[in-house]
Design a protein. Structure first.
Ligand code: SAH
Ligand code: F3S
Length: 502
């Protein structure tokens, strides 16, 4: 164990983007809380962490705006440190460009290297603050934990000053620690699962992506696929459940690729089988699915695990073969449809969501029509639709972005309209049924407790519970409770009903 002494300060974590980013931010928050740091507004914080998203231009622009604001703030304040994480961090070239543009960024950090935070703060914040120190026992050194054949947690980590040897010594912190070629880092920093888990918690199981969809920046920024070892995930999952999680969502860009890079090649269903053994864990969800990695055996085994919920998020992106080729999605439309049909055969009551991009390079009206046809054919429960946004550095960035913005918007609305109709029709089939709902949120309206939660198929369900003052001893619900709801009404977006006692 290394003893690090760090004066306390205030932090602010700004997060945009996907569930992976939210999961990562929760873990960074745990680290800072454990260091005795206090959460504050961005204006008051001494450490601002920006957890960024690059999937589309808009979230990246928000981060650029904040970086400009923070640059001004730093000119006025000497007690401010800025750290950047998430998808805006890519390889050294991306970091160099950002560093040139924003020399006030103090730390570029990938989540796998978040163990660096205490050392970074000790080094930089101690100098700035000169405040009273808090001695803590923190993370083991990488060398304490790794054996020769294990992957190092910190390649090239320089020697840092510790509380006993700091006097007069300044270490230069690397602006980012990037693995050397061939060096795969699969471990999350140790012991940093969220301090208090919400009833539905995220569990990132595979980082990065090995696909190279031509429009997508993720593989360039998140690197190649690295699965986290099963034993590490089991420890983290147990800890999350101990802290109150009832539902875990396993995260990965192509989540069925889990384990392909691990020595004994466990698969997603093996992981779910082990997770199912955890007492107190009620539901297991997973995302994002990729059709080619979903074998029949995997689907069958998942379908037979009672805790695994009947919901699949399986992006198709387009309903046209030529477009799928341009996107380099790695499957044909027939293959995709065949997988969906197989899933529906093997997994009764499965609900489906998908992602669609409209207005990708060269998308003709006919190609777009094929996407609408696919929506009518498959009848997804939920569709996430995005207008194509050029991502510099991707293959498609070299092609002409030739669908005008107004046309992209028109196509986006056309998808939303058709999908709204389909979802409305599908949701009517729930009316009269009793659904098991895990409560996510509660509030009081007009003296009645209103519950918001999700059924196993991931549909949003709202229900008021009977007025607790009118019937004595009426149960008051908390997030994480399970309630059975008889569905009385349905819209395209949610189901509504009354709580029932079975
Ligand atoms: N791993 C997922 C995708 C992750 S990115 C998969 O297998 O598809 C999340 C979503 O953002 C994608 O599904 C896609 O619909 C959207 N997206 C990615 N790049 C985009 C771009 N350049 N423009 C618009 N939407 C994009
Ligand atoms: Fe992106 Fe395709 Fe991977 S959309 S995250 S490159 S599967």
């Amino acid at each position: 164990m290394t003893t690090i002494s760090i004066p306390r300060g205030k932090y602010h974590i700004w997060t945009v983007g996907c569930q992976m980013n939210q999961a990562d931010s929760q873990r960074i928050q745990t680290m800072l809380d454990e260091l005795g740091w206090e959460e504050a507004s961005m204006e008051q914080a001494n450490l601002v962490v920006l957890n960024t998203c690059s999937v589309r231009q808009a979230p990246e622009e928000k981060a650029h705006n904040l970086l400009a604001q923070l640059k001004r703030a730093k000119n006025e304040r000497s007690d401010l440190l800025v750290a950047l994480m998430g998808c805006m961090i890519g390889n050294q070239k991306t970091i160099d460009a950002l560093e040139k543009r924003y020399p006030h960024i103090d730390l570029f950090m990938k989540v796998e290297h978040a163990d660096i935070l205490p050392r970074f703060l000790e080094e930089r914040w101690t100098l700035i603050s000169g405040a009273g120190c808090l001695d803590i026992e923190f993370m083991p050194d990488a060398s304490d934990e790794t054996t020769d054949d294990e992957i190092p947690v910190f390649p090239d980590l320089p020697t840092f000053a510790t509380s006993t040897s700091r006097a007069g010594k300044r270490t230069v912190l690397p602006m980012a620690i990037t693995p050397k070629p061939g060096e795969r880092i699969a471990h999350y920093p140790t012991k940093i699962e969220p301090a208090k888990a919400s009833p539905s918690a995220w569990l990132p199981i595979v980082l990065g992506c090995n696909k190279v969809c031509t429009y997508c920046i993720v593989p360039y920024r998140r690197g190649r696929e690295r699965s986290r070892p099963m034993d590490e995930l089991m420890i983290e999952a147990r800890s999350l459940v101990d802290k109150g999680a009832k539902e875990l969502t396993l995260l990965g860009q192509t989540v069925e690729a889990y384990g392909l890079d691990l020595p004994d090649q466990p698969d997603l269903a093996d992981l779910m089988t082990n997770l199912s053994e955890i007492d107190g864990l009620e539901r297991i969800r997973f995302m994002t699915s990729y059709p080619r990695h979903m074998t029949d055996s995997m689907i069958e085994r998942m379908a037979h695990l009672p805790k695994v919920c009947e919901h699949l998020n399986i992006p198709v992106q387009s309903g046209d073969d030529a477009m799928l080729k341009r996107m380099k999605r790695g499957y044909s439309l027939d293959e995709y449809v065949e997988r969906i049909e197989r899933v529906r055969e093997l997994w009764p009551d499965i609900t489906l969501s998908t992602d669609i991009i409209v207005g990708f390079c060269g998308e003709t009206e006919e190609e777009f029509q094929h996407t609408l046809d696919l929506l009518e054919k498959i009848r997804f429960d939920v569709v996430h639709v995005a207008a194509y946004s050029v991502r510099p550095g991707t293959v498609a960035a070299r092609w002409e972005d030739d669908v005008p913005l107004a046309e992209k918007k028109r196509r986006l609305h056309a998808v939303e309209e058709i999908q709204g109709k389909i979802a409305f029709e599908l949701n009517q089939s729930y009316v009269g049924k009793v659904e098991e709902v895990m409560v996510e949120d509660t509030n009081m309206t007009h003296g009645r407790q209103q519950l918001k939660g999700r059924n196993r198929g991931n549909k949003l369900v709202f229900c008021p519970v009977p007025d607790s003052t009118s019937s004595e001893g009426q149960r008051v619900f908390q997030p994480g409770d399970f309630v059975h709801v008889r569905i009385e009404r349905a819209t395209a977006w949610s189901l509504q009903g009354e709580a029932v006692v079975l």
